[in-house]
Design a protein around this ligand. Structure first.
Ligand SMILES: [Zn+2]
Length: 165
């Protein structure tokens, strides 16, 4: 299995249960506010971004970083928004590295359904930690989700260290 193939699973069904008929889950979580963040697996907010655990992860520690604004095209994002998204990606990559010691990361953005975007109207970057050997199960099982750590415990691990950021 090549690294190329490992990007393809992102097109699978991580938003099927929060699909278009329910509107945009990123906007919904944004508007729900901090009191609902734990329920919604939102682990961080900044002036222009929201960060959350992917409810349907392709690997342990799979995070999403999105602008607060509902924009689906990179061209629509201001320099400030892009810079803040990159800063958040950097921060969460560092934190995942400190807390989970992965051997590497896939970090990426899917633009358009054909490219695998499950929520094409609202930009969101994926951060997927990678461990040597995880190719054995991840691309093959697809949505079988062999994830050794529960989302709840992962949230606790990451959120407790992000309270002052
Ligand atoms: Zn949205």
């Amino acid at each position: 299995m090549t690294d190329q193939a490992l990007w393809a699973p992102w097109r699978l069904d991580y938003v099927k249960t929060a699909g278009e008929d329910e509107g945009c889950f990123l906007c919904r979580y944004r508007d729900a506010g901090p009191s609902e963040d734990r329920t919604n697996l939102v682990i961080g907010r900044s002036e222009r971004t929201i960060s959350l655990l992917n409810r349907f992860p392709y690997n342990n520690g799979h995070l999403l970083v999105a602008p607060l604004d509902h924009i689906g095209d990179l061209e629509e994002a201001s320099g400030e928004v892009l810079a803040e998204c990159m800063a958040e990606l950097q921060k969460w990559t560092r934190r995942l590295g400190e807390t989970m010691s992965p051997d590497g990361f896939n970090i990426g953005l899917n633009l358009g359904r054909v490219a695998g975007a499950g929520l094409p109207g609202h930009l969101h970057w994926h951060i997927v930690p990678r461990w040597n050997g995880d190719t054995n199960f991840m691309p093959v099982v697809g949505n079988a989700n062999v994830i050794p750590q529960s989302l709840e415990s992962l949230y606790g691990l990451l959120a407790c260290e992000s309270s002052n950021s």
